[in-house]
Design a protein around this ligand. Structure first.
Ligand code: AMP
Length: 603
């Protein structure tokens, strides 16, 4: 097993603070013997939850060892747990999944029957998340010195939340974290000073929140040493916001008054303490830079001391790397952690590496992890053929192999398939490191939305009903996540066949309705992103000439695809294919209005 421990050699530097040394020692401790940490974690989870209805069902009779657990408790998906989740969400407080009370549900961006999944969480999970966050800066400080000499401009947001019928909050994990005392009352730490005040981050009106955060970032532009958002898409939205609002921001700065668009009283009070006098020089600088046509390198122009961008650009977010490179003039992009609503998983111990080389080291104290070997040709073990004995322990995964992540959490998910496919790239001490390969079954994703093949198919079917009477049919389709423009949007390519020889196609009005109908048919995360977050633009249908999909097949066959096994790809991104499709477009149509969405769940 390769032992690679840059932390050990870097830790001893005399400039490393005591707090950082403690955090780095903790990482070393956790990664030296992950197997024994895992054994302990599973033992704790099973002993405290032995009285739960769920575990009793599998007769594990208080056993806390891995062998019994693995032989008796099945590997499950969200669908399997839905009845239990439903009961908890309806208000049943008995120990169904966890002996500790479920304090809230975290709404995952994954969906079930079109609605967000609800992940149970318990009070102490906040400490676990906080612990993982506390490891990030000590690692970063090993690679980038002087981060205590300035601030971080992070665009952080809370999203709308609802209550389940049983009265439990249901909200995204980051909303839960930002609203917690762990975040709001965090002690002063020179390495974690943000330009954004809590009042701006906690404002649920994303437009006021963004305006205030951007204004603070501009006012403190020379102090900013790192710039970020959770995901790359969020940072690009901030740039796009600046593109649309720099005149108003510059006006505020030059007059020393806050725009009337900020009416949230808590932000107003807080801003009145930060934003006290006009700054003509800054306003003129901003006008000079932002009025230029070319925004290449705008980030380093406005925030010249930025050392790196702190954003996740792995997985679905990799599509944003070229745009971020353009706006930042090639600043390094640090992907620091890998986490989900179910549990936080791990951190990147080499945060300044290239995005293509990012590997996350799973911290074995976060949950109990198992790995389902993934067949790299297909989609891995199907439900029917799932061999539960084939799951591998964290310490036993092999370099180069791909696995689906399966977790058992303190809050009561047992052998739960997360749906992420990871490849082992190496080890830190004895702890494996993983490259995030992809999310299973996700076809399209712009931000937190995840649309799978079945959802896309249903949306196409529903929309095509609008012209079925006229005798026109969609004979083939594929899709593309267009992210060059911000916000990005879904593009669906349709090849249509009319009833008669003339092949007359539906009118523009009907096609626009089809776009909207597709949006109405997509899941709630997509619709929330369209309506509330405005992080996805109107869906577009591009109608292509007849014969285009046959050309697509010819192209695939010319590149070695088997004619017998050829399937139309339901999502495309390969440039030659995009060029072929786009060169055959006969008309393009956009959704004329917003689909329906409300924070309440459908019952
Ligand atoms: P959610 O359940 O909405 O919190 O989304 C969690 C999912 O986001 C994970 O299961 C991954 O699929 C994805 N994700 C989270 N962190 C990363 C990362 N660092 N790189 C790639 N994908 C990630």
């Amino acid at each position: 097993m390769a032992v690679d421990s840059p932390l050990q050699s870097r830790m001893v530097s005399p400039t490393t603070s005591e707090k950082d040394v403690k955090a780095l020692k903790f990482i070393e401790e956790m990664t030296r013997n992950p197997d024994s940490v895992q054994e302990k974690v599973l033992g704790e989870i099973l002993s405290r939850n032995s009285n739960t209805e769920y575990l009793k069902r599998f007769d594990i009779n208080g056993a806390v060892d891995r062998k019994t657990f693995k032989s008796k408790v099945p590997v499950v998906t969200y669908e399997d747990l839905k009845p239990e989740i439903q009961r908890i969400s309806n208000g049943d407080r008995s120990p169904i999944l966890s002996s500790h009370p479920i304090t809230e549900f975290l709404t995952s961006s994954g969906t079930s029957a079109g609605e967000r999944k609800l992940m149970p969480t318990i009070e102490e999970d906040l400490d676990r998340r906080q612990l993982l966050y506390s490891l990030l800066m000590p690692v970063m400080n090993l690679y980038v010195p002087g981060l205590d000499k300035g601030k971080g401009l992070y665009f952080l947001f809370v999203k709308s939340e609802s209550k389940t019928s049983g009265g439990l909050p249901a909200r995204p994990v980051l909303t839960s974290y930002y609203k917690s005392d762990h975040f709001r009352r965090r002690p002063y730490d020179p390495y974690n000073v943000y330009t954004s005040p809590n009042e701006a981050i906690l404002c649920s009106d994303s437009s006021q929140s963004m305006y205030a955060q951007m204004l603070c970032g501009l006012l403190m532009r020379h102090e900013v040493l790192r710039l970020g958002a959770v995901f790359a898409s969020g940072l690009l939205r901030a740039i796009s916001f600046l593109q649309n609002n720099w005149k108003e921001l510059a006006r505020d700065i030059s007059t020393g008054t806050l725009s009337s668009r900020i009416f949230d009283p808590t932000i107003k009070i807080r801003m009145s303490k930060i934003f006290i006098k006009p700054d003509q020089e800054l306003a003129e600088f901003l006008i000079g830079v932002c009025s230029q046509e070319n925004w290449e390198g705008i980030i380093t122009k406005i925030w010249p001391n930025t050392k790196y961008l702190d954003v996740i650009v792995t997985g679905a977010m990799a599509q944003y790397i070229p745009t971020l490179e353009y706006y930042s003039g090639g600043l390094p992009m640090a992907c620091t952690m890998y986490a989900s609503s179910e549990s936080y998983f791990g951190i990147n111990l080499k945060p300044m590496c290239k995005p293509s080389e990012v590997s996350y080291t799973i911290m074995p104290n976060m949950a109990y992890f198992e790995f389902l070997p993934h067949n790299q040709d297909g989609d891995g073990a199907t439900e029917a053929s799932l061999d539960e004995t084939s799951l591998v322990e964290l310490a036993d995964v092999e370099v180069g192999k791909e696995y689906e992540l399966v977790i058992t959490t303190y809050a009561g998910l047992y052998r739960y398939r997360v749906g992420d496919i990871l490849r082992v790239t190496g080890f830190h001490n004895s702890a494996p490191q993983f490259k995030f390969i992809r999310r299973k079954n996700v076809l399209l994703s712009i931000e937190s939305d995840k649309t799978d093949e079945a959802e896309l198919q249903k949306a196409v079917e529903n929309a095509s009903r609008l012209f079925a009477e006229q005798g026109t049919r969609v004979i083939e389709y594929t899709s593309y996540a267009e992210t060059k423009t911000i916000p990005g949007h879904y593009v669906i390519y349709w090849e249509l066949l009319g009833r008669d020889q003339s092949n007359s196609l539906p009118s523009d009005e009907v096609m626009a309705k089809c776009c909207l109908e597709m949006e109405e048919s997509l899941n709630s995360v997509y619709r929330q992103s369209r309506v509330a977050d405005k992080s996805i633009g109107p869906l577009e249908i591009r109608v292509v000439q007849n014969g285009t999909f046959e050309e697509l097949m010819d192209y695939a066959i010319s590149r070695g695809a088997s004619i017998n096994q050829y399937k139309v790809p339901r999502c495309v991104s390969f440039t030659p294919i995009m060029e072929l499709l786009d060169s055959r477009v006969v008309s393009a149509h956009f959704s004329p209005s917003l689909p329906h969405w409300s924070p309440e769940r459908r019952r």
